[in-house]
Ligand binder design. Structure first.
Ligand SMILES: *[C@@H]1O[C@H](CO)[C@@H](O)[C@H](O)[C@H]1NC(C)=O
Ligand SMILES: *[C@@H]1O[C@H](CO)[C@@H](O)[C@H](O)[C@H]1NC(C)=O
Ligand SMILES: *[C@@H]1O[C@H](CO)[C@@H](O)[C@H](O)[C@H]1NC(C)=O
Ligand SMILES: *[C@@H]1O[C@H](CO)[C@@H](O)[C@H](O)[C@H]1NC(C)=O
Ligand SMILES: *[C@@H]1O[C@H](CO)[C@@H](O)[C@H](O)[C@H]1NC(C)=O
Length: 419
């Protein structure tokens, strides 16, 4: 039920939003009770296994041989899910030797009602040109204006459900990368949800795509403002620890169920446990500023700020005075800014069962490798998982295993983290 993650960050602040969240949570609980608990399969059971290919081609239309594209449906759900789905779309296009037509992301969190999804063009969030520069030779994004007119489109229906196996999915993609299918200028993937596509790519490939995602200047500047507020908390420069604190109601319901299913107690950390583990991070010099990345709209009060020991200066958005920066923007942008703030922290502490935390650790690991410094003793961009006990009662050191063959651990969470 990793999709609960989509509630990760701030929900639109009005009370209608909040009510919707509670209704959603109720629906999700019901659904979870009614559906078998198999990771990745939840929600698929209701969809059929039909695969069909519609041939939209009309004879006599010239097809440009040099320009081949892949089109995917609007990308939905939380920031992290959208990033993964986007990377998957890119890697699918790469496999088909095609350019990905710039997809729409979703600014809002509401996933059921299509009209509430607020499509937002990819290039309103991430730099289009920069993406192609950085990913040159690996994957490529194209614009709809690159299409010749009229266009031959092949619709490719992705299957789903239990019978739609990894192998079938891969076979379908292989088939469509050659022969008669390759003549179509556009292959348009249709299907219920790209996030549930099977994963055929190693972590390294995902990391490459994520690296090419650079926020547009407007949002980078907002993240700069938040970070400089954090840095300005004290006159002398202090390290800042970003803690992705998951203690909201929906998370607690979700993680308790997960713990039961996986027969572990290493997923849900209480606020007190988080505080204690952060305080025990080896080599952490106090005083230190703690930035709490919390879905504060889901918290009833500011109790997350209480209980921190001496030497820790805890802040969330409100106390930091940056609520105004966030509230201007829809949900997707808010979490993109928070993501950036966590990415740049001197130390990051997250939950290994959170996709949001996992993606941040992946990018920090990537940065560390880029700097030519990997290995445990070499602590640049250190990250920790507070839900797993590490040395001296602290949180466990956390590095993404870049050799992993798929993104499974990141999508579904794990207690087996590299360190
Ligand atoms: C689609 O239809 C056209 C003309 O009707 C035909 O030439 C072509 O082979 C068909 N393509 C596929 C993939 O079936
Ligand atoms: C992809 O397309 C380019 C240009 O048509 C071609 O040179 C290349 O061999 C193709 N690669 C694969 C893996 O099919
Ligand atoms: C905030 O909530 C926690 C638990 O949800 C409770 O223990 C605490 O007393 C509350 N604090 C305030 C100031 O209401
Ligand atoms: C990190 O490791 C590299 C090589 O393993 C070494 O050259 C470098 O000095 C180390 N840096 C620190 C800060 O320990
Ligand atoms: C990383 O993943 C690879 C491939 O799954 C595995 O063989 C290796 O043992 C993992 N390394 C660590 C440190 O977990």
């Amino acid at each position: 039920m990793h999709w609960m993650e989509r509630f990760n960050f701030k929900i639109s602040s009005n009370s209608i939003g909040l009510k919707c969240v509670f209704v959603l949570v109720a629906v999700l609980i019901l659904r979870a009770l009614l559906l078998p608990s198999i990771p990745g399969l939840v929600g698929r059971a209701e969809w059929g296994n039909i695969v069909y290919i519609r041939n939209d081609s009309q004879s006599g239309i010239a097809v440009r041989q040099d320009n081949k594209f892949l089109e995917v449906p609007q990308i939905v759900w939380g920031l992290n899910n959208q990033k993964i789905a986007f990377a998957r779309a890119c890697l699918t296009a790469r496999m088909l030797n095609r350019t990905l037509l710039m997809p729409s992301l979703s600014a809002s969190l509401f996933y059921k009602e299509i009209d509430l999804l607020q499509p937002i063009s990819f290039d309103k969030v991430f730099q289009f040109q920069k993406f192609n520069e950085l990913c040159n030779g690996f994957v490529r994004l194209g614009r709809y204006s690159d299409l010749s007119n009229p266009t031959q489109v092949l619709e490719l229906q992705k299957g789903n459900g239990r019978k739609w196996t990894l192998e079938r999915d891969l076979e379908q993609l292989r088939e469509h990368s050659k022969g008669k299918f390759d003549n179509y200028q556009v292959i348009r993937i249709i299907g219920k949800n790209p996030f549930l596509w099977h994963d055929h790519w190693p972590v390294r490939d995902y990391a490459k795509v994520f690296e090419c995602l650079v926020l547009v200047d407007e949002f980078t500047n907002e993240a700069d403002r938040v970070v400089s507020r954090i840095r300005a908390v004290s006159l002398q420069p202090l390290p800042y620890v970003a803690v992705h604190m998951r203690v909201e109601i929906d998370w607690m319901i979700h993680c308790k169920k997960l713990e039961q299913r996986l027969n572990t107690n290493q997923i849900c950390s209480s606020k007190d446990e988080i505080i204690q583990r952060v305080a025990n991070i080896e080599g952490l010099k106090t005083p230190a500023v703690v930035y709490l990345a919390v879905a504060d709209k889901l918290l009833r009060n500011s109790s997350v700020l209480e209980g921190w020991g001496e030497g820790f200066l805890p802040f969330e958005k409100k106390k930091l005075g940056v609520e105004g920066i966030y509230s201007k923007y829809p949900y997707l942008i808010q979490s993109a800014i928070d993501y950036e703030v966590c990415l740049r922290a001197d130390i990051f502490v997250g939950n290994s069962f959170s996709t949001f935390s996992s993606l941040i650790v992946l990018e920090r690991t990537q940065k560390m490798i880029k700097k030519g410094e990997s290995g445990t003793n070499n602590i640049t961009w250190p990250s920790y998982a507070y839900n797993i006990k590490g040395e001296s009662n602290g949180p466990k050191r956390w590095i993404t295993n870049m050799s992993d063959l798929n993104l499974q651990a990141i999508s579904y969470g794990t207690t087996h983290i590299s360190s």
